[in-house]
Design a protein around this ligand. Structure first.
Ligand code: ADP
Length: 359
């Protein structure tokens, strides 16, 4: 079958009328981008904040029409907003806190756990992957979802390449390695695409990753959140049926201040904190085996105590952890008897105990 072209998609989208404006999305120049890659279609539809409710309907129609074109495996349409100036007002949550029923669930998935950090580069993805693999080694059916819209790195760390397949054209079969299922925003959104993600788009993509992916049956789905505590993170935390959250932090005070913001964000939207992980906690000298505390260590434990949430454990700064995770062979599966793999296994054991308790 000849591959689908961007022109074909644009042609199909001329059928999508915008109810309050006189015309279709294409002639009104509301489609700011169409990207086609290996049968995956990504459409960007312009909106303003006020018109977002109307445009949500338009967005869904675009997605549906594009998905119906022969040769299209999967179509995502997202709303983007041209922003002239930074918003003066604080972001308003897009969902009503009391409306629990609006939170996205995933059929056949036991517990969805968010792994978050107050800032980037603290090793959140490395920790997510190793915890997911450790949970799997403890006998759980596990999936990992890369929701880090700013830099999806989970497929690489999981040693996964290629694109997810769809058998029926509606749902995607997650990729899999080391017995853990995996999906990433990176599969749906081409890397060169600008990440001007905003609340409604993030929720659209997240919803698709939770509802249109054949995760079931799973005991645990680990969600690698985008770093930070901004609008996108809050929307995700609030809009997803989360069993709990794990916060990853380095021992530096500043990181811990950010970690506290993370704790507060989840508390604000009534998501239980499963616990805190201190990453890059200490350094083991490869030559002499001595432990060196480069950053102030033990801060996460103190923070956990102060905030009344469990402390799950500490992971040292070690080149082996970096090399194995960046090389797609995370330490939990490649060096199963190493002390670091054991540290992650201990954390995973505590995670299971915490979830059981929360249940
Ligand atoms: P984040 O998701 O917080 O941005 P990553 O998990 O991508 O962070 O980690 C950033 C870099 O730090 C990666 O190269 C990763 O391999 C490395 N890294 C993470 N944790 C450790 C650790 N405990 N020891 C050594 N390197 C680590």
């Amino acid at each position: 079958m000849a591959s689908v072209t961007e022109d074909q998609i644009a042609e199909a989208l001329t059928q999508v009328q915008v109810p309050d404006l006189d015309g279709d999305v294409i002639s009104l120049e509301l489609v700011s981008g169409i990207v086609v890659k290996d049968g995956m279609v990504h459409i960007m539809v312009e909106t303003t904040e006020e018109r977002a409710p109307v445009m949500e309907d338009v967005r869904q129609q675009c997605e549906k029409l594009a998905a119906e074109i022969p040769g299209v495996l999967n179509a995502t349409a997202v709303l983007t907003e041209e922003r002239e100036a930074p918003a003066a007002a604080p972001p308003t949550p897009t969902l009503d806190l009391t409306q629990d029923e609006r939170r996205i669930r995933s059929e056949g998935v036991g517990a969805i756990i968010a792994v978050a950090s107050g800032k980037g580069g603290v090793g959140k993805s490395t920790t997510s992957v190793n915890i997911a693999l450790a949970l799997s080694r403890l006998g759980k059916k596990v999936g990992i979802m890369d929701a880090d819209i700013y830099g999806p790195s989970i497929p690489r760390m999981m040693g996964i390449t290629g694109q997810p397949r769809s058998e029926d054209g509606n749902t995607l079969i997650p990729m899999e390695n080391y017995d853990v299922k995996c999906m990433s925003m990176g599969f749906l959104v081409p890397e060169e695409e600008p990440t001007i993600w905003r609340g409604p788009m993030v929720m659209g993509a997240l919803e698709q990753m939770l509802r249109d992916v054949e995760w079931a049956p799973l005991d645990i789905l680990i969600v690698d959140m985008p770093p930070g505590t901004g609008d996108a993170q809050l929307t995700m935390a609030q809009g997803t049926e989360l069993a709990g959250a794990i916060i990853v932090s380095t021992p530096q005070d500043i990181a811990l201040l950010d970690a506290r913001k993370g704790l507060n964000m989840f508390r604000q939207v009534d998501v239980p904190i499963i616990g805190l992980v201190e990453n890059m906690s200490y350094y083991i000298c490869p030559k002499c085996g001595d432990e060196a505390h480069i950053f102030d260590n033990g801060g996460a434990k103190e923070t956990a105590e102060k905030y009344g949430c469990p402390f799950l454990g500490e992971i040292p700064l070690d080149v082996e952890i970096r090399e194995t995770s960046d090389g797609g062979r995370p330490i939990v599966v490649s060096k199963t008897s190493s002390p670091h793999a054991k540290a992650y296994m201990d954390i995973a054991t505590k995670v299971i105990a915490e979830i059981d308790q929360l249940n």
